[in-house]
Design a protein around this ligand. Structure first.
Ligand code: G3P
Length: 217
């Protein structure tokens, strides 16, 4: 399973990239606004830190405007992945960009039917938002299970990118289902390390080691 990080915070990206765990980055207009930085500059900088796909979302909603913006964004770096909304115009743009060799992430997916449309539009990634589905009292992970099962029946190239992840259980469930990618807020990625028995065991080992009076180097 690939791990992307869902942020436009360069300090977080730099710090987590050094862990060797990052396979890509996703951003959205809300995350760019939160960074307070210039969109194209931030994307350029992220692309130079992480060699994997870096999602940059268009702001246009009509086909012509989406294509114009995509043309500008994809010139920023070879690893830019154009993020388009799951709308008729977004999927039309997805088809053309994909056929032209550009990576495309189709975002704001909330149903298996929408995911099927994205796969038929040759998307590189489909982004179902599990947390936001949970928020309205539906089952976000059931949506992932349905999409993974559906895609496995065909030779779609589209990868399932689990988005709107809220905690480690979303990640574990997604991995068990065989989702290709999870995009994680930095805090969720860090939380995957945590276990109280690891902390307790390490403290005991260090105490016992100090008691030996030895050093390794
Ligand atoms: O970037 C798309 C998605 O991950 C947003 O998540 O937490 O705003 O629902 P969230």
């Amino acid at each position: 399973m690939k791990f992307f990080i869902d942020t436009a915070d360069l300090a977080e990206i730099k710090s987590l990239a050094s862990s060797g765990l990052l396979d890509g980055v996703t951003t959205n207009p809300s995350l760019i606004a939160k960074s307070g930085r210039d969109f194209k500059e931030v994307i350029k900088e992220i692309c130079s830190i992480v060699p994997g796909p870096v999602s940059a979302e268009v702001a246009g909603t009509e086909y012509e405007q989406i294509m114009k913006e995509a043309k500008v964004l994809r010139k920023i770096a070879d690893n830019v992945c154009i993020k388009v909304p799951l709308t008729p115009d977004g999927l039309r743009a997805c088809r053309h960009l994909s056929d032209d060799g550009t990576m495309v992430n189709v975002t704001l997916c909330f149903s298996a039917a929408q995911a099927l449309l994205a796969a038929k539009s040759n998307a590189s990634f489909i982004s179902p938002f599990v947390g936001r589905v949970d928020d309205i009292g539906w089952d976000g992970m059931q949506l992932i299970a349905d999409i993974v099962e559906m895609y496995q029946n065909y030779s779609f190239k589209t990868e399932v990118l689990v988005a709107s992840v809220r905690g480690p259980l979303h990640v574990i469930e997604a991995a068990k289902m065989g989702a290709h990618v999870a995009t994680l807020p930095p805090a969720v990625l860090r939380s995957l390390f945590n276990h109280p028995l690891t902390d307790k065991g390490l403290a005991q080992f260090l105490k016992d080691w100090q008691g030996t009076g030895q050093t390794i180097v």
